[in-house]
Design a binder for this molecule. Structure first.
Ligand code: GDP
Length: 197
């Protein structure tokens, strides 16, 4: 399976200023979950999605489109733990930006909620999943950092993670950006969510 060739197009605070797309998949997760590494790995690029070290872009909706199908895209949402040091007012602003995007964006076909495979689902992750469910927004759970968990512990860890997210263990895609585990599976899923064969 070839990488998904992605091109960065725009960052925005308001989804209404983003390009109109036919379909897009959003990636959400707390900061440090491995979101930038995963987007880079899906595209097989080193510096496409900048890691948390890049100030500025991390609090924005960052949009990428498929090189081959520029009406289809991936949106990288701000990491939700990032706001810890910010004022309440700023945090509320970010939350509102993300919620408005998730509720109003008509081209959004799937929200991928990343959960740290080493740490397991945090309260913030579970709040996000519950919120998405209560708004009937299609979402999927992808666990990260598969390589960080010993192989003898993986089955148990997958079961626990799935149970806490109210999913069947088979519904969780567990990837590693570092070793490439299950990246093809996720690439196929992303293309299917974008309604590409
Ligand atoms: P973000 O804040 O969600 O964008 O997370 P980053 O992609 O910046 O990753 C956070 C940290 O986790 C970095 O130190 C990464 O190198 C590390 N990391 C991300 N994905 C993996 C993975 O699959 N395996 C391992 N071992 N480390 C990872």
């Amino acid at each position: 399976m070839p990488p998904i060739r992605l091109r960065f197009v725009q960052s925005a605070t308001d989804h209404r200023t983003l390009p109109e797309l036919d379909a897009e998949v959003a990636f959400a997760g707390r900061s440090n979950v491995g979101k930038s590494s995963l987007i880079n790995a899906l595209a097989n690029r080193k510096h496409l999605a900048h890691t948390s070290k890049t100030p500025g872009r991390t609090q924005l909706l960052n949009t990428y489109v498929l090189e081959e199908e520029p009406t289809l895209g991936i949106v990288d949402l701000p990491g939700y733990g990032y706001a810890a040091g910010a004022s309440k007012r700023v945090r509320r602003g970010w939350q509102q930006m993300i919620e408005t995007y998730l509720i109003e964006r008509t081209s959004l076909t799937m929200v991928v909620v990343l959960v740290d495979g080493l740490v397991g689902p945090t309260d913030l992750d579970l709040t996000m999943l519950t919120w998405l469910g209560s708004h009937a927004i299609p979402h999927a759970v992808v666990a990260t950092k598969h390589d960080r968990v010993k192989s003898s512990l993986r089955q148990r860890r997958r079961q626990e993670l799935a149970r806490r997210c109210h999913l069947d263990p088979g519904d969780v895609i567990w990837v590693s950006a570092a070793t490439g585990t299950n990246l093809d599976l996720l690439r196929r899923a992303v293309l299917a969510w974008l309604e590409l064969p």
